[in-house]
Design a protein. Structure first.
Length: 104
């Protein structure tokens, strides 16, 4: 994406070393390190997420389309029920591998 190294280093320092705890009722968990993800509710969070998913695989045929908006995703396909099912199954296998690789 041709993002300058200095910007990448700045973003890395912004994302590294973040911690979280979970509260259930009056019980609070111990702190744990956040290893993946972007800061929810931040102004830069949606931009970082879009950069993070920039290489999500695209469907390989012209009858299908992947639609992304923030962290919502839709897969749209046209054709006969049989071709739609084949396209959907093929793409979901490919997408599933990508999602597991990037821990989404």
């Amino acid at each position: 994406m041709r993002i300058p190294g200095s910007i990448i280093m700045l973003i890395a320092t912004y994302l590294q070393g973040r911690l979280f705890t979970v509260r259930v009722g009056s019980n609070l968990s111990s702190e744990l390190v956040i290893r993946v993800g972007v800061v929810q509710g931040s102004k830069v969070g949606p931009i970082l997420f879009n950069i993070f998913v920039n290489d999500v695989p695209s469907p390989r045929n012209c009858r299908s389309q992947l639609c992304l908006f923030a962290d919502d995703t839709a897969f749209i396909s046209t054709g006969t029920p049989q071709t739609i099912m084949e396209d959907l199954n093929t793409y979901l296998t490919q997408l599933g591998k990508w999602l597991i690789q990037w821990k989404i």
